[in-house]
Design a protein. Structure first.
Length: 141
């Protein structure tokens, strides 16, 4: 189900690279980009009222099972980053695309995506379908 949405949900977050995220060269350590993705992903999930607490309340956990990152330019100490998260698939899984840009110049620093799948909290089993609650939240039920 990738064509039923009239407009794909997206959200942005502004992150300033803190001292504790950088190495000796004042460059953000590569693992912290996932944290920046997570901040934007939370804002995106809030946009369609299906954040982590609401997921849990609906009976599903949505673990990230795949991550792809492409580093283009480094983020540096004190730099303000604009992190965009956009839902690009929701059938059987949530695929969210990300882009990190320098807020001042608009230059692209990083892009990537994550894939999350529904897991029934009670059984711990992968749910082989698209949960109705997700379709309702997205307005495609």
């Amino acid at each position: 189900m990738t064509s039923d949405l009239t407009s794909w949900p997206e959200a942005e977050a502004i992150v300033q690279v803190p001292f504790h995220d950088v190495d000796l060269m004042a460059v953000a350590w590569h693992g912290h980009y996932l944290k920046y993705f997570e901040i934007a992903r939370g804002a995106l999930l809030d946009k369609f009222s299906y954040n982590y607490q609401e997921m849990k309340d609906s009976g599903y956990a949505w673990p990230v099972i795949d991550v792809h990152l492409r580093y283009i330019k480094p983020a540096r100490l004190g730099q303000k980053l604009r992190v965009l998260a956009k839902l690009v698939e929701y059938d059987l899984r949530l695929k969210i695309a990300y882009e990190i840009r320098d807020e001042a110049t608009g230059g692209r620093l990083t892009k990537g995506h994550t894939i999350m799948v529904p897991v029934d909290i009670e059984t711990g089993e992968l749910y082989l379908g698209t949960p109705a609650v997700l379709c309702e939240k997205l307005g495609v039920a």
